[in-house]
Write a protein that binds this ligand. Sequence first.
Ligand code: SAH
Length: 215
Amino acid sequence: MNIKNKQLAENKARLFEQIEQSGVLSNATLHALASIDRENYVDDQFAPQAYHDVTLPIPAGQTISQILVVGIMIEALSLSWEDKLLEIGTGSGYQTAVLSKLNRRVFSVERFAELVTEAEKNLQAESNNNYTIMHADGFDGFASQAPFDKIIVSAASENIPDKLLQQMKVGGIMVLPLGKDGQKQELLKIIKTQDSYTTHSLGYVKFVPMLTGTA
Ligand code: SAH
């Protein structure tokens, strides 16, 4: 282990100790998060900050979320191995990697072709390959695989995307940041009911915007 890796390992151990002590994550979520090395999902120049409590730049002007925020979103999904799961906003593939430790097959949608390639490259370093990444507009969901038990959205929209609601099973859970670009957004847990849905606030966050179309 070189000095750089030793420093990262120490940083990682320290951050996970803090996250564990905060008591907001179950052991299963903590374990899945800790099993992924976040430095492998960012450019080498940002690797030293992989275990700081910050978002980090990824290609196409996007960002990789903070580890704790990923954990809080995943925890709110109450994910089972057998759940049909959809992720919107693959980005670097970091969160896809964490989800793939907790779920049978992760379906993920990303609007930037460049990031689909990047995520697939990053994910190849993992031992498992139980994920499917589609280059498409996440506002359309993933119709051929619907309905879903769980949906996790990692880009902020001003309204709850209709098609995502339609592609959920009754009793299903969607976690998404809702609000305008550049402002504080509310992280919501939505549970679909027979005729409508209920919403529960998980706090405030700042995500990149969910944009229509592909690039
Ligand atoms: N979870 C990612 C973080 C992604 S940042 C990670 O772990 O790295 C949010 C991502 O959502 C960006 O990659 C952005 O391109 C993507 N995105 C934004 N609008 C989208 C849309 N309509 N459909 C699919 N992906 C979208």
